[in-house]
Design a protein around this ligand. Structure first.
Ligand code: EPU
Length: 421
């Protein structure tokens, strides 16, 4: 058990270097199952979810070695895989559902424990299921498991109701070795989808339209294992950008691609920050109290839901009021009750939040309810007067490798406090 204690007030100045994106690497690990042999992923973040995905792949028959200092994971995939993902692992990490497509493609069947909802929403799987059924799979739910069977997946045209990240990935991974052509329309376009599609192309898949909302896949018989560099984490990048703005500091984020964060960086510029973009880094600095900015979360290239709590924290101390609209996860405003403990004035109504900026916040004990809510609370704690203690930080550790140490290097007063109970 650990909590983080922050004494607010420091101006953060310096450089941080990003590693690969959590929401990419977990899917890349799942995609490795598509090709027998050794796949090696680099720029792998040192986070718990990588270990959980490693345990899941091991349970399915692969051998996984995570070289932490090198930031690399080697996955040896056998010719025969097991096809069952048990509840004990799936309940620890929703991204376990990413093995559905590869297992169906490799084994002709997959039994995956249903992950259920979580603190940010109900998180349905209907689009994954409808798409796989369209490709010839028979899918049922029995005893808490999603059971899918398809001796041979067939290419098909699938129109997603919504550009779901997870459904696009599941269908793409199922389609690459299906018989014939699959078209996924209204597909998600996130950089993490581009990353997984690019890796599968390296493996021998035939995918066109990568980065657009229509993906066309011509099925191939076999794929080869590859070495692949994970795309850098745009959400961690955006979190550091907000950290610079909220503390009126100056942070250079290295190994970051500003083009993956265009709207978020533009919002920071509107709030009064200076944003300097370089080839593979950017610098955000701020020398006045920020101005409030309205936010509407949408699928990429819209404003990312995974940066919504961080921007609510920024708006909480900005000049004026802002309206934040959350369109992806219905429960993502839950954390504002914690932010209110620091003195933030946030009123929610359905998927809208009205944030009235306060001249300051005051430190208090708070609880992280999910990764991004936790990041939002850390940012608020950095500017709150006095001590903010953040509990349940294991959520934050799932998405931000070494965040405390990075914050210390940038000049924050923050400590990890270990508890025995
Ligand atoms: N949805 C359905 N049915 C489906 C699929 C999705 O109703 O079949 C709904 C979900 O319930 C949700 C919305 O559609 O309300 C968006 O879901 P999507 O499938 O796009 O998201 P995801 O794959 O579950 C990933 C990331 C999230 C990130 C979202 C949106 C991973 C492991 N997770 O989730 O990341 O917020 O895309 O960009 O890749 C995080 O990192 O903190 C996080 C929550």
């Amino acid at each position: 058990m650990e909590s983080w204690e922050i004494v607010g007030g420091a101006r953060l100045v310096g450089e941080v270097r990003l590693t690969g994106a959590k929401n990419s690497v977990l899917k890349l690990m799942a995609a490795a199952l598509l090709a027998p042999g050794r796949t090696v992923l680099t720029e792998v973040p040192d986070i718990l979810d990588v270990d959980i995905m490693g345990q899941l792949l091991t349970r399915l028959g692969a051998q996984v070695v995570h070289d932490r200092p090198a930031g690399a994971v080697a996955i040896d995939v056998p010719d025969q895989l097991d096809h069952r993902a048990d509840y004990d692992l799936v309940r620890r990490m929703r991204a376990s559902i990413s093995v559905l497509g590869p297992l169906l493609a490799r084994c002709g069947e997959a039994d995956i424990a249903l992950p259920g909802g979580d603190n940010i929403g109900s998180r349905g799987l209907d689009m994954h299921i409808a798409g796989l059924e369209r490709m010839g799979a028979q899918v049922s739910v029995q005893h808490g498991y999603l059971q899918a069977v398809a001796r041979q997946l067939r290419g098909s045209t699938i129109w997603l109701d919504f550009p779901s990240v997870g459904a696009t990935e599941s269908l793409l991974m199922a389609a690459v070795t299906a018989e014939g052509r699959t078209v996924i329309d209204n597909a998600a376009r996130e950089p993490e989808i581009v990353d997984i599609a690019n890796m599968m192309v390296q493996m021998g898949a035939q995918i066109s339209g990568i980065g657009t909302s229509t993906l066309t896949v011509e099925g191939v018989d076999v794929l080869q294992p590859v070495h692949h560099v994970t795309v850098s984490d745009r959400i961690v990048a955006g979190t550091w950008a907000v950290a610079a703005a909220i503390t009126q500091g100056e942070i250079t984020v290295i190994n970051a691609f500003a083009e993956h964060l265009e709207i978020a960086l533009d919002k920071l510029a509107t709030a009064g920050a200076h944003v300097d973009v370089h080839a593979d880094s950017f610098t955000v600095s701020m020398d006045t109290r920020p101005k409030s900015v309205d936010i509407v979360t949408l699928p990429y290239p819209g404003f990312p839901t995974d940066l919504q709590p961080q921007f609510i924290a920024l708006n909480a101390i900005s000049l004026g009021a802002s309206l934040v609209t959350e369109n992806l996860f219905e429960a993502r405003f839950r954390f504002v009750h914690e932010l209110a403990r620091l003195g933030a004035d946030v009123q929610t109504e359905g998927h809208h939040a009205l944030v009235r900026g306060q001249p300051g916040l005051s430190g208090a004990p708070v609880e992280a309810t999910d990764i991004r809510a936790g990041a939002g609370l850390v940012l608020a704690g950095l500017v709150a007067d006095g001590v903010t203690t953040i509990h349940e930080v294991h959520h934050i550790d799932r998405g931000y490798a070494g965040m405390v140490e990075d914050l210390q290097r940038l000049g924050a007063t923050i400590e990890r406090i270990r508890h025995s109970d």
